[in-house]
Design a protein around this ligand. Structure first.
Ligand SMILES: *Cc1c(COP(=O)(O)O)cnc(C)c1O
Length: 460
């Protein structure tokens, strides 16, 4: 299987190539030239698989001959050996909602599930390639920690993580900045997550710089992350859906990576009835799905900071399909966005979009109330991102559906918000290694592309 870019369908690159590149030079995102459609027989096998076996099977469809079976199996088994839950993902059923705990990895958010696999892939590929690469990534709080944990102390790779200064939770920051590994560099940018993301994107598009430093990316646009995220849609269906009815999945959404994986799972044949894009007050995707207009506004800070995003990068992959896989039409939309500050979907495109997705937006007060209510009613604590995913499922019309809500982070990662909601400080999981008294290592830089390039150049 080979890959092209949403902005240049003539490209024909291997998985290995696009894995290292992350983002295409034309600014587009990579897509496989064919999404495998699984037969009933192939789907049936999943009933017997554990998480690692499912992961192996799904990666096999997408990676060509990049890894042989033994290598892939080892990467996956090593990745998930660090998880606190033996089944990797567990589900808690309360009333009509199944809470999908995606946060049992080393840094308490769903991003570990993909990132630990990517770490193993880099290690193996770089060992045989004999080159040194530099990962540069922007984080709204959780990608950075997950990437650092996956990359720290690995040979032939450095990681530079840009986070918005003072706009992430203290636990999120400490999980990144208390890492002592020589190959880890934390940069706090005086700006928003969108600013951080734009800097990284500009660096990728600057070919001279990207080539000079052997730059690679682990942001949520990296297709390998999407593959790893497809796995748990299959896992919840075959492990936790006893009724075998088509499932409704509500996904706390920022950059549209996690929910996009659900769309791919559906293309592969998984019986998904509805994907709900759950946003906080930064609701550009909700507005787009409801009105057809995609228009970034200023980012508002919230108690669910990992979703404080206005430019949802992975959305471009859906737009490509809405444009009937025509890169020129897609580029027109992206150009409108750049020159006019927004684009508008046609009536037909909007209908197509709504065939797969619905949307919801959750205010700060509603988020706190939901955490409070669930805690009171069930003695169960959820994090603020998860709460935004619960909101739409409380609607009467979902009471008879097979509903899943992704728990994208562990509540202890957001102690200030939890304290505000229930007046208690959440406890970190017992076996988590986080030394809060350890000195933090990070540098604060202006939102200035050249200054950041210089810092990186000097460190490598
Ligand atoms: C990253 C993140 C999200 C958003 O995921 P996307 O793939 O960017 O849509 C939601 N919740 C938490 C806790 C996250 O870390």
């Amino acid at each position: 299987m080979n890959y092209f870019s949403t902005r240049n369908t003539k490209l024909n690159l291997s998985f290995k190539k696009i894995f290292f590149k992350g983002l295409s030079e034309d600014g587009g995102l990579f897509l496989p030239n064919q999404i495998p459609k699984l037969s009933d027989k192939e789907l049936k096998i999943f009933e017997k698989y554990n998480f690692q076996q499912m992961s192996f099977k799904i990666f096999k469809y997408f990676i060509g001959d990049t890894f042989n079976d033994n290598e892939l199996k080892k990467i996956i088994d090593t990745a998930y050996s660090k998880f606190r839950e033996p089944n990797i993902v567990d589900v808690k059923i309360l009333d009509h909602i199944s809470y999908v705990q995606l946060h049992h990895g080393p840094t308490l958010a769903f991003k570990d599930i993909a990132m630990q696999v990517l770490g193993g892939m880099y290690e193996l590929l770089l060992k045989s390639e004999n080159i040194k690469i530099n990962l540069v990534t922007a984080t709204s709080g959780d990608t950075g920690a997950a990437a650092i944990d996956a990359i720290k102390d690995k040979k032939n790779v450095n990681i530079f993580v840009l986070h918005p200064h003072n706009k992430i939770s203290s636990v999120q920051r400490q999980l990144m900045t208390t890492c002592n590994a020589e190959n880890v560099f934390n940069i706090a940018i005086k700006g928003s997550f969108d600013d951080c993301q734009k800097i990284v994107k500009d660096m990728f598009v600057d070919q001279d710089f990207a080539n000079k430093i052997n730059m690679s990316g682990v942001n949520s646009i990296n297709w390998a992350r999407i593959i790893a995220q497809i796995v748990y849609y299959f896992f919840i269906y075959y492990r936790f859906n006893n009724s075998k009815k088509p499932i409704v999945v509500s996904v706390p959404t920022g950059n549209f990576g996690d929910i996009y994986a659900g769309y791919v799972a559906k293309q592969m044949g998984l019986n998904i009835k509805e994907l709900i894009v759950a946003t906080n007050q930064n609701n550009i995707l909700q507005r787009c799905i409801n009105t057809g207009e995609y228009k970034p506004l200023d980012v508002a800070e919230s108690i669910s900071p990992s979703m404080d995003i206005q430019v949802a990068s992975n959305f471009e992959r859906i737009l490509f399909y809405l444009c009937n896989e025509n890169a020129e039409d897609l580029k027109k939309l992206m150009n409108d966005l750049k020159t006019k500050g927004y684009f508008k979907l046609s009536k037909k495109q909007l209908e197509n979009l709504r065939d797969h997705f619905s949307a919801s937006s959750c205010s700060e007060d509603e988020t706190l109330k939901i955490i409070q209510n669930i805690h009171k009613k069930f003695d169960y604590l959820i994090d603020p991102h998860t709460a935004t995913g619960v909101k739409p499922l409380l609607d009467q019309k979902y009471k008879r559906e097979e509903c899943f809500c992704f728990e994208t982070a562990h509540p202890s990662k957001f102690p200030a918000a939890i304290l505000k909601a229930i007046n208690l400080k959440p406890e970190l999981p017992k076996n988590l290694k986080l030394n809060v008294n350890q000195e933090e290592k990070f540098i604060i830089l202006d939102n200035n592309l050249e200054a950041i390039k210089e810092y990186i150049s000097n460190k490598i």
